[in-house]
Design a protein around this ligand. Structure first.
Ligand code: ZN
Length: 240
């Protein structure tokens, strides 16, 4: 069982009726339900209003993969929590799946080292998501492409470092394109960014979106390889 913690800032649902109607129990609950239905995961949720944002040291130590959704409250996330998540990802103890507007989160920007800024438009248009790396485990079980409508548009240029692997590319009805499924390795940790999931759209109930998130969580889980030894080191073989 992969131990997953789904984190949500949980702010839109408190203040925007249109979001509460789509996600009455919160975006985190819809994402967690999708993972639970998929099977093979032990899922818990954590939200920003909880002490330490629900991400105390012992929670992270009991997490193989952290899923992150945030949007309007990125700046309110405690730097000490960001540092703790960052350390655990680099150390290979935990993978990270960053969703949609999480592109501007402190943790994603810290891991990427760039602004992670992009172009956007809220019109409710169609998004067509193409699998551009069918051999990748995150593409398992996906058709050649699938469509979401309505969704928010995210367009290039997306200010990220060149991804280690590009799995999905989105095309939008208005004409823009976007690198919507990207993998990155940092230290011993793995990070998957997945674009869809605007708060007023029922995206996290879509079976193929749920499939991608589940695949992304499986991919990002720690490999279990031994911790590398660094620094001054005695020889393994006798030296003449
Ligand atoms: Zn959005």
């Amino acid at each position: 069982m992969i131990r997953v913690t789904v984190w949500n800032e949980f702010r839109h649902e408190q203040i925007h009726e249109a979001v509460r109607q789509v996600y009455p129990d919160g975006i985190h609950r819809a994402i967690a339900d999708g993972l639970e239905r998929e099977g093979g995961f032990r899922v818990r949720t954590a939200t920003m209003p909880e002490p330490e944002h629900g991400l105390a040291e012992e929670v992270l130590e009991d997490t193989d993969v952290l899923v992150w959704w945030g949007h309007i409250a990125h700046r309110e996330v405690d730097d000490a929590v960001v540092e703790r998540v960052h350390r655990r990802v680099l150390d290979g103890g935990m993978g990270l799946v960053v969703l949609h507007s999480g592109h501007h989160s402190k943790i994603f920007r810290k891991l990427m080292g760039t602004t992670c800024d992009l172009k956007w438009r809220e019109f409710g248009e169609k998004e067509r998501i193409w699998v551009v790396d069918p051999s990748h485990p995150i593409a398992a079980g996906l058709p050649e492409y699938f469509e979401l409508k309505p969704e928010e548009m995210y367009g290039e240029h997306f200010d990220i470092p060149a991804p280690d692997e590009l799995v999905l590319v989105s095309w939008f009805e208005g004409g823009e394109v976007f690198r919507s499924g990207c993998t990155f390795r940092r230290g011993r940790g793995k990070i998957f960014y997945f674009r869809p999931g605007h708060e007023t759209c029922p995206t996290y109930y879509h079976p193929l979106v749920r499939r991608v998130i589940a695949n992304g969580v499986r991919w990002a889980a720690p490999s279990g390889a031994a911790r590398p030894v660094r620094g001054n080191h005695p020889p393994l073989e006798p030296l003449g």
